[in-house]
Design a protein around this ligand. Structure first.
Ligand SMILES: O=c1[nH]cnc2c1ncn2[C@@H]1O[C@H](CO)[C@@H](O)[C@H]1O
Ligand SMILES: [Zn+2]
Length: 387
């Protein structure tokens, strides 16, 4: 797709699609990534050996990576979520949490991510006796270590944590309070995740009302495995700032045979209020929330100017990265660097850090990064002559 903004403004610049190498170098912003869904396969194996966990289905790193992708490729969110038993099992000690968080920040930075909000459920890391506070502090320490290592390797990244409560459990208020306590210490917001059908977000209304009274931020996984009622509840009962996935908003958009588009009340609300949609294409294909990259609702939502963003969800289970998600979209929709910049600015606008920092990231990091990439064609002759 070539967006209308191209016509008339840039007369000479070719709006070509970025190469995989340019996609990797482009500054990217990630709002939806699970810490326990992004471990390196080799780390899972080493941590399992160190902690005596003997239920891993494979002991070779490559084979384990394939196993996670295939097991998660089930077409059902419930089955997809079963794979997290293995990653959570090896993330029960302080050292393991520090290591996983540090590697997460390093891997994202090496992939060109400049700002990330990474989520995890502290209640899932208490089996070896850590307290909720110790879990949060270990992960924060790991993120700071990973940011430092990334800087040593010439990459700049900032990572904030989102604390997730599991929707089938009953600890949401406690986790919301934890997010508030660590608010100025590395935690930027709150989320709920887990199986969607049968566990409406209104079960956790007390947690959301508490966060609103505290002027804090939260996102809700909604409209992934369940449709419009879930999105409606997340927004109109719970007051979510953003939607995790939100793909099913497409059910409230009608396209007539002559191509005219009609938005229902909920879809209009989402677009008019600029509600950010944290879209995760590969994850959606695996859980059955979408059928192919080409048919993924993100294409239409981008055309209709919804506040759509591109995310990884679970890099291990989906065998993906931010660059790979963009590669798929570039191939499916013909996106250019301008489209990539649009998604990236959308994501940065929707982040939970203060407005002045978001603006500085957009103006001083994201736009200059894309300008650099977009100007490369001007110098391509000099590059080939000297090469
Ligand atoms: O796409 C998803 N939808 C709903 N829940 C998810 C998804 N990905 C991961 N988790 C759940 O969130 C927990 C905390 O990170 C994970 O353990 C997993 O159970
Ligand atoms: Zn998710």
């Amino acid at each position: 797709m070539t967006s209308a903004t191209h016509s008339g403004t840039d007369l000479s610049r070719p709006s070509s699609q970025p190469t995989p190498e340019q996609i990797r170098r482009a500054p990217k912003v990630l709002l939806h990534d699970h810490l326990d869904g992004g471990l390196r396969p080799a780390t899972v194996i080493e941590l399992a050996a160190a902690t005596g966990y003997d239920k891993l289905p494979e002991t070779d790193a490559d084979k384990l990576g394939v196993w996670f992708r295939e097991a998660a490729d089930s077409g059902s969110l419930e089955r997809y979520l079963e794979t997290f038993a293995h990653t959570c099992a090896v993330m029960q000690t302080r050292d393991a949490l520090v290591r996983v968080a540090a590697e997460c920040a390093e891997d994202l930075a090496a992939d060109g991510v400049v700002y990330a909000e990474v989520r995890y459920a502290p209640e899932q890391h208490l089996e070896a006796g850590l307290t909720l506070e110790q879990v949060v502090e270990a992960v924060n320490e790991g993120f700071r270590e990973g940011e430092r290592r990334a800087r040593e390797n010439g990459h700049r990244i900032r990572v904030g944590a989102l604390l997730t409560a599991m929707r089938h459990a009953a600890r949401a208020l406690e986790i919301a309070e934890l997010a508030n306590t660590y608010r100025d210490q590395g935690v930027v917001g709150f989320d709920i995740a887990g199986a969607e059908a049968g566990f409406p977000p209104t079960r956790h209304l007390d947690a959301f009302e508490y966060l609103k009274r505290e002027n804090n931020h939260f996102t809700i996984h909604a409209g992934e495995a369940f449709g419009l009622p879930s999105i409606w509840q997340a927004l109109q009962w719970c007051g979510a700032d953003r939607l995790g996935h939100g793909v099913r908003i497409i059910d409230d958009i009608e396209i007539a045979e002559n191509g005219t588009v009609k938005l229902g009340r909920l879809a209009s609300y989402v677009r008019d209020k600029r509600i950010p949609l944290e879209m995760c294409p590969t994850s959606n294909l695996q859980t059955g929330a979408a059928t192919s990259y080409e048919e993924h609702p993100i294409g239409l939502l981008r055309e209709l100017h919804f506040r759509a963003t591109v995310n990884t969800d679970n890099r291990l289970m989906s065998g993906t990265s931010m660059s790979r998600e963009f590669e798929h979209l570039v191939k499916a929709f013909g996106y250019t660097l301008d489209d990539m910049q649009w998604f990236t600015v959308n994501a940065m606008k929707s982040a939970f850090i203060p407005f002045d920092e978001r603006l500085a990231m957009i103006n001083d990091v994201i736009k200059p990064g894309y300008a650099e990439l977009k100007s490369e064609w001007l110098f391509r002759h000099t590059v080939t002559e000297t090469a």
